[in-house]
Design a protein around this ligand. Structure first.
Ligand code: GLN
Length: 319
């Protein structure tokens, strides 16, 4: 086993869990009613190792929408299907140093990276327009959902239609980003703007829980092979790229500090989810809806900081 004393390890995780539970900082997202109604007390942590040992505590079966946690997943599919060279003709690899939805492109008039809204919208355009272009939007939705499910070891994923409809209504900034990119001819030819935006909102509205997301993390930790099914879902090269950009860009405008303090690839979402990968060891998902000023889950960030204090999981810890 990769974690030989798993029982003892789980006990330590449980201790950190309770420590973070008393953290009541932050506020739930309120740009749509479905998120504003979220109970800020929810708190769950799930772990899945690359050899399939699992531990979960708290609200790990309560569904939440992936939101930005879908960004590394759609990026992974695009890489796997189109290759790194093609994908990165359209989107950069540089942290933006700005908010996730800032109306800004890089010096080449490309989105900075696939982990912020502009980049993720563009990745959705690539998936829709260049990957199996004969597929309708409905078929592309199923195709993507099926990929997400295979990353999660075959668990069924849900889709929250109320969130999707609200996202689409309250999306002035995302449309602004979308149009700004169209003005600068960022999309592949033949991109349908409406379909691309809808597809982006759909990916944000996929619904799952802590337990399931930890398995997705474990698949990434394991180089693209799901530890539960042993299916090769992604190429190792794609996974390397995804983890690199999660490391440098996954935590909004806290990414640099997170890389410094925690030193692990992670991606947060506005619903309070946090997908963390310890390469070659395990996937972790934490979920708590209260967010800090930069949009990261307060308890999630604290959990990661406590975790690397207790264990030498920081990328540059002396193992
Ligand atoms: N649906 C959100 C948006 O596009 C997702 C962003 C996020 O999770 N930070 O604004």
């Amino acid at each position: 086993f990769i974690i030989p004393e798993f029982q003892g390890f789980a006990k330590d995780i449980e201790e950190i869990y309770w420590k973070c539970k008393s953290n009541t900082n932050g506020k739930v997202a309120n740009y749509i009613p479905q998120l504003a109604r979220m109970n800020p007390n929810y708190w769950g942590v799930s772990i899945c190792t690359i050899d399939g040992q699992r531990f979960s505590i708290g609200d790990v079966n309560v569904p939440f929408t992936l939101q930005s946690c879908s960004k590394p997943l759609t990026y992974a599919i695009a890489l796997d299907q189109l290759g790194e060279d093609l994908v990165h003709q359209y989107v950069g690899q540089e942290p933006s140093g700005r908010n996730f939805n800032e109306l800004i492109l890089d010096h080449n008039k490309k989105p900075h990276n696939p982990m912020i809204n502009a980049g993720a919208i563009l990745v959705c355009a690539l998936l829709k327009t260049l990957v199996k272009p004969e597929m309708t939007l409905a078929e592309k939705f199923d195709f993507t959902m099926n990929y997400f499910e295979r990353l999660a070891g075959g668990e069924d994923l849900g889709f929250n239609n109320a969130v999707f409809l609200s996202e689409r209504e309250a999306a002035d900034r995302n449309y602004a980003l979308g149009f700004y990119m169209r003005e600068h001819k960022c999309y592949p030819e033949k991109t349908s703007f409406r379909e691309c935006m809808d597809f982006y909102f759909q990916c944000c509205s996929m619904e799952t829980n802590c337990d399931v997301v930890s398995v997705m993390g474990a698949t990434l930790a394991n180089g693209g092979i799901c530890p539960l099914t042993e299916e090769k879902v992604l190429n190792p090269e794609s996974v390397r790229d995804v983890l690199s950009l999660m490391h440098s860009c996954g935590m909004y405008d806290y990414s640099g500090q997170f890389a410094f303090k925690v030193g692990l690839p992670a991606k947060s979402g506005v619903c309070g989810g946090l997908l963390v990968v310890i390469p070659n060891v395990m996937g972790i998902c934490t979920w708590s809806p209260s967010l800090d000023a930069l949009g990261n889950s307060c308890r999630g960030v604290q959990f990661c900081e406590e975790l690397v204090e207790k264990f030498n999981f920081h990328r540059y810890d002396n193992l």
